[in-house]
Design a protein around this ligand. Structure first.
Ligand SMILES: [Zn+2]
Ligand SMILES: [Zn+2]
Ligand SMILES: [Zn+2]
Length: 819
């Protein structure tokens, strides 16, 4: 590869910026571009990206040695700086090879180069990290164990044989042990472990894989394991903890395992009684549980694993991947009842590799928390919170600085797409097209994440969870404080959802001094008093979904957003969720939406899809919905219930009006007799999706009605589900197979959405919102839109659900600030 090509690829710019604290006289820069190629010069490179903690400095050291170029390399809070001098041709080769031979885990965003007169270096040195300057160096996520380290751990002849905390510059903990930037051992939770002589030798040897590996450790000097009972009494230590935990698992016990970013609750996945006990104790009744398997071979016994899936499972991110389960999978039915998929991951640390090898069987490995609270990270707190769930605790003495769950992904429309962005991905930023002011976005309510913009980077937090509990709210506050401290910035604005009752919204109001939040949610009273409180910017929920998808795809122009989800606060105060928004970061126009219907009981309807069904029937048939024979509702409620809910509907009491697509799915599922009530949002819609007969091409009719003229020139088109509802009822009455009904329902929505997109006439269409966790809907709609000539934008590394809302909020807020 020529230098020119290398520059193009890596967006190299001729820069004049000096490392922090080192001013460069202007005339020094680019002083000698015309000189003879053999005459000595000095080359300065500034490498930005995730380049710390991946062996970048040792790589530079080795390369400079090989090319006999004296100079230095340095980490600072912004990246890696290099100066080398020698013949120009050799320097150009050095520059080329820095790009083309970079360490496997390095993520280079840019390389700025500057030519300077020689300084007379005599040797090459690795200089001490410089803590000054703006902190924009990317923090690397935790990386799954590399093959070299795994081989060492499994080799009885190696000194790290069986050692659960083995790592090197290509793998191991990063984000979860980092206490501050730059990434050096004293700034990690490994600071208390003094290196032994052997580890120090490896750490200092430039040819070693562990040269400057910050979390380096071995059995002689590093963290150690222990197995505790539920009272915290040690049962076995170091050597015997893993085999003892494995035999407890084989006996059907539940073990809480302290991993990289928090605790897992682990049990034998083949043991139905153990899994059922875990579900009961954790109060997680319906949601599928994730599995950890020994290796790819074991994954293949459980699921169909495509080549793409195998690569993702074995990647450094090692996400939980939703894969089609085999009928013969040796896994208890209780793991994922009725679910054609299993969520499977490979071990990401030597501890998990050793445990899975000691067991030999696949295990359930679900987040160590109660219900939907954030994952536990500290062993003493875990004893307290998980004591009633786990029988044993497999713990260690390396502190977890911040919680990070496992990421969850699926493969749809030809590539891996994240449903939960956490380990392996957080806190890598999403790079946007232009510089943004520092903005904090506090996200939505469920599946909460927060985001912080610094320059062109939007740092999207790890998954925090549903802001329903005290625990979740304090995790939310911790992540916000953590991000601001890590990047050393104060936001000029805070972006939030329009929903006044979201805890994230309330926190934002309190933080900007707009209202007194009380309790722990208060902002910075001093800043408020000084009049420098950040500006508060409310962002409509589905607008944030649309812009999140645009930002992830680096699109600045407008698009038609098909934003379908369960719930989002509309600009008219009603509950939106089946929306077509045309716009960009600067604003949007609501082009179309689902015909509104009442939701008797409001939130209660999320838990009881039959209520959504009754709302739909009421909207379509009025009072007849309550009495008409064969109308569908009669079988869903008993007489007394119908009377009460009928009165609510009649009077409009606690019956918020919605255009929610999620609730339409729920309603149709309930009318088909699936899940009249659910244990988690989306359960009924998932069951409906799984039923669909892929061969069925029929589609239920959805009418597109011109909106009633209101204020404004173009009232939104209404997608009338009335004809669709009648067709569903008719097919249910006639005993048409549920797989056919489900497919016709999906196909009808696809056809309607394509018709709306055609009438709007916008070429670009973005699909975002929780409904696009439905594979059938996503793949069929994307394909149909493409056939109709549209360019379709989908999410990939940002979740389509509310976990992606904070990114959209940032970009919308930046547009409002005029940037
Ligand atoms: Zn390694
Ligand atoms: Zn050691
Ligand atoms: Zn949403």
């Amino acid at each position: 590869m020529g230098l020119r090509a290398a520059r193009g690829l890596w967006s190299t710019v001729q820069g004049t910026r000096a490392p922090a604290g080192r001013a460069v006289p202007r005339e020094e820069v680019d002083a000698t571009p015309e000189e003879h190629p053999a005459s000595p010069q000095r080359l300065r490179l500034e490498v930005r990206g995730a380049v710390q903690g991946v062996g970048f400095r040792p790589f530079v050291f080795r390369l400079a040695g090989e090319l006999a170029l004296p100079g230095w390399v340095l980490n600072d809070a912004r990246g890696v700086f290099i100066e080398v001098e020698g013949p120009r041709r050799t320097l150009e080769r050095f520059h080329e090879r820095i790009v083309s031979e970079r360490p496997p885990r390095a993520l280079v965003q840019s390389v700025e180069a500057a030519w300077l007169p020689p300084a007379g270096f005599t040797a090459f040195e690795i200089r001490h990290s410089d803590e000054a300057g703006v902190k924009t160096a990317l923090v690397l996520p935790d990386l799954a164990t590399c093959p070299d380290c795994l081989a060492e751990v499994l080799d009885p002849a190696e000194r790290r044989h069986g050692y659960a905390f083995t790592n090197c510059t290509n793998c191991g903990p990063r984000f979860t042990i980092l206490r501050g930037l730059p990434y050096d051992r004293p700034n990690t939770t490994m600071r208390g472990f003094a290196l032994c002589v052997d580890c120090r030798r490896e750490y200092q040897e430039p040819r070693d894989r562990r040269f400057h590996a910050q979390p380096i450790a071995c059995p002689a000097c590093g963290p150690a394991l222990a197995l505790w009972d539920a009272g915290g009494a040690a049962l076995s230590g170091r050597e015997t903890a893993i085999p003892a935990a494995a035999s407890a698992l084989a006996e059907g016990r539940i073990v809480a395992v302290k991993g990289l970013g928090g605790f897992h609750l682990v049990c034998d996945a083949r043991d139905g009684a153990a899994v059922a006990r875990l579900r009961q104790r954790k109060l997680r009744l319906g949601k599928p549980l994730a599995l950890m398997v020994r290796d790819l071979d074991q994954a293949r016994e459980l699921c169909e694993v495509s080549d793409l899936a195998a690569r993702q499972l074995a990647s450094v991110e090692a996400p939980i991947l939703l894969l089609p389960r085999r009928a013969t999978a040796p896994v208890a039915a209780e793991v994922a009842p009725g679910n054609p998929y299993l969520g499977v991951m490979l071990p990401a640390t030597p501890l998990h590799h050793l445990l899975l090898r000691a067991c030999g069987f696949p295990v359930v490995a679900t987040s160590g928390n109660l219900s939907d609270e954030p994952i536990c990270t500290d062993e003493y707190r875990a004893l307290n919170r998980l004591g009633a769930i786990a029988d044993l605790f497999l713990v260690h003495n390396r502190a977890i600085e911040r919680h990070v769950d496992d990421s969850v992904a699926w493969i749809a429309a030809g590539r891996m797409r994240l449903l939960r962005r956490a380990r392996g991905f957080a806190p890598l930023p999403v790079t946007v097209k232009r510089e943004l002011p520092v903005i904090l976005a506090v996200g939505a309510h469920l599946k909460n994440t927060v985001a912080l913009s610094v320059g062109r980077q939007v740092f999207l937090s790890q998954h925090i969870g549903d802001l329903e509990t005290e625990e979740a709210l304090s995790a939310f506050e911790r992540v916000i404080a953590d991000f601001q401290r890590l990047y050393d910035v104060r936001p000029v604005a805070i972006a939030h959802d329009l929903h006044p009752d979201y805890l994230s919204t309330r926190w934002a109001l309190a933080a900007t001094g707009t209202v007194d939040g009380g309790g722990t949610a208060g902002g910075d009273p001093a800043a408020t008093a000084r009049g420098v409180a950040p500006r508060l910017i409310g962002v409509q929920h589905h607008h944030a979904h649309l812009v999140s998808c645009l930002a992830e795809n680096k699109v600045e122009g407008r698009a038609l957003g098909v934003t379908w989800d369960g719930t989002g606060y509309g600009t008219d105060g009603t509950v939106w969720g089946g929306e077509f928004l045309l716009g960009d970061a600067a604003g949007f126009e609501r082009m179309a939406h689902l015909r509104p219907f009442p939701l008797p009981g409001g939130e209660a309807a999320v838990r009881e899809p039959r209520r959504a069904a009754l709302g739909l029937l009421w909207e379509a048939h009025g009072e007849e919905a309550l009495v008409g024979p064969g109308r569908g509702a009669a079988g869903l409620f008993d007489g007394a219930e119908l009377k009460v809910i009928g009165r609510m509907l009649d009077r409009g009491l606690n019956c918020p009006v919605t255009t929610s697509m999620g609730r339409l799915f729920d309603a149709v599922a309930a009318l088909m007799g699936l899940h009249p009530s659910v244990t988690f949002e989306g359960e009924a819609a998932m069951a409906l999706e799984w039923l669909a007969d892929p061969a069925e091409r029929g589609a239920y009719p959805v009418d597109l009605l011109p909106g009633r003229a209101r204020a404004g020139p173009r009232p939104p088109v209404v997608l009338d589900w009335g004809p669709l509802l009648e067709a569903v009822l008719e097919d249910v009455r006639c005993g048409v197979a549920r797989g056919i009904i489900s497919a016709r329902f999906h196909n009808g929505l696809v056809r309607a959405a394509v018709a709306v997109a055609g009438s709007v006439g916008e070429e670009r269409v973005a699909l975002s919102g929780g409904c696009f966790q439905n594979r059938l809907l996503t793949e069929r709609l994307a394909a149909a839109l493409e056939r109709a000539g549209h360019t379709v934008l989908l999410h990939a590394l940002v979740p389509p659900n509310d976990g992606g809302v904070s990114l959209g909020q940032i970009v919308v807020a930046a547009a409002q600030l005029g940037t």
